[in-house]
Design a binder for this molecule. Structure first.
Ligand code: SF4
Ligand code: SF4
Length: 381
């Protein structure tokens, strides 16, 4: 695992010089940039352009506040089984403050944060993980004697852009689940005058965070977002539309129990609670743990953690919910099941019905692609 102090940036150092001092070859750097270009939807040919833009970037300062949270988002970003430069956010930035990762602690670290914010005022990127408790004067999260709300307001004041990383930072997540005892809210509920991008998930995929930062460093602005503030390059598609089990959904083949034969055959997980039809996320493409696998690939239904207030809207996690997120698949699953039960004599009719269902689904999918928010810009690739 990396720590900020392990490869500290020197004053005035460019990213190219920083990588050179780390022993990263130009070939590996361009390869990394090409992979990021693909992740950003710009195509592999944009890799050298991104490399040229990044090389001259000087010491991009990042202040990372961890508020009311579980540290899962930090783990997701920084822990990798086989670290490469593409996995390590810390290779791209100068992480000037993160109270979990810094070697120091206490008043000295808080002073270092103040110095970094003053030195980079108006230029640093603020990363926030965790929600902001607002009840009882905000006493549920206090760092260095100051409430989370106070800290985030102060840090946002000098930030060029804000990355709300994880469901906590944008919607409050589990802490905000009914009855929300701490009055947890997201950054966007407190900060109204800064661009905020929502790297959704609980936790989000580390590569999406890295790609978002690369976009910011390359183009000088945050990527285009949907109406929930999520970067379109990553959250444009619904899980259900990219799922490796989709053929089984279309064929009416559903897992009914985690230990049954259909589970061993890798059939669709909708009947055991999968929220993939109502969830926009890049999980099937980016995957996890150096692209080893992802929840549905490993046999677990999607819990919809990239969607607003999923602890309230997507629970029970293992229950089939009718009309999940406004996507009425329940009726379709039952209808397909009934059609299949008719038997071989009705095979032609069932096939026709399935075709109609597919057409309806495609039409609905077209209508449910997220709309772009007011701050959306087109990527200039
Ligand atoms: S979004 Fe999820 S993983 Fe991240 S800090 Fe909150 S609870 Fe933990
Ligand atoms: S319901 Fe879930 S498991 Fe089934 S195809 Fe859709 S996303 Fe995949």
């Amino acid at each position: 695992m990396m720590t900020p102090s392990a490869y500290a940036w020197t004053e005035g150092e460019t990213l190219a010089q920083h990588f050179e001092s780390r022993g990263v070859s130009r070939r590996d750097f361009v390869k990394f940039c090409s992979e990021i270009a693909v992740a950003l939807g710009l195509g592999i040919a944009a890799g050298p352009r991104i490399a040229r833009a990044l090389e001259s970037v000087k010491r991009p300062s990042v202040i990372w506040l961890q508020l009311q949270e579980c540290t899962g988002c930090v783990e997701s970003v920084l822990r990798t089984a086989d670290p490469t430069i593409g996995d390590l956010l810390l290779d791209l930035i100068s992480l000037d403050y993160n109270h979990t990762l810094m070697a120091g602690a206490g008043a000295a670290v808080e002073r270092a944060k103040q110095s970094a914010m003053a030195a980079n005022k108006g230029k640093y990127v603020l990363v926030v993980t965790g929600s902001i408790p607002t009840k009882e004067g905000g006493i549920y999260t206090v760092v260095g004697g100051r409430t989370a709300e106070d800290l985030v307001k102060e840090a946002a004041e000098g930030a060029a852009a804000i990355l709300a990383v994880g469901a906590c930072a944008h919607w409050g997540s589990v802490q905000a689940a009914r009855p929300n005892p701490t009055g947890a809210v997201g950054v966007r509920d407190i900060i109204k005058n800064r661009p905020i991008v929502n790297i959704a998930g609980c936790p989000p995929i580390g590569d999406v965070i890295t790609a978002t930062i690369v976009h910011y460093l390359t183009f000088g602005r945050l990527p285009a977002v949907d109406r929930e503030g999520r970067p379109l390059f990553a959250y444009r598609e619904r899980i259900h539309d990219q799922c490796s089990r989709r053929a089984h959904f279309d064929a009416g083949q559903f897992v009914e129990s985690f230990d049954d034969d259909s589970a061993r055959k890798g059939w669709c997980l909708y009947s055991v609670g999968c929220k993939g039809p109502a969830t926009f996320s890049p999980c099937p493409i980016f995957q996890w743990n150096t692209r080893t696998n992802w929840p549905i690939g490993a046999g677990h239904p999607c819990i919809g953690c990239t969607e607003p207030n999923f602890w309230d809207t997507m629970t029970p996690f293992y229950g089939r919910l009718p009309n999940v997120g406004g996507f009425p698949v329940e009726q379709r699953v039952d209808t397909i099941g009934a059609a299949l039960a008719i038997g071989a004599a009705a095979g032609v009719a069932a096939h026709a019905a399935a075709t109609v269902f597919t057409q309806i689904r495609r039409r609905k999918a077209t209508h449910q692609v997220p709309e772009t928010g007011p701050e959306t810009e087109n990527d200039d690739g």
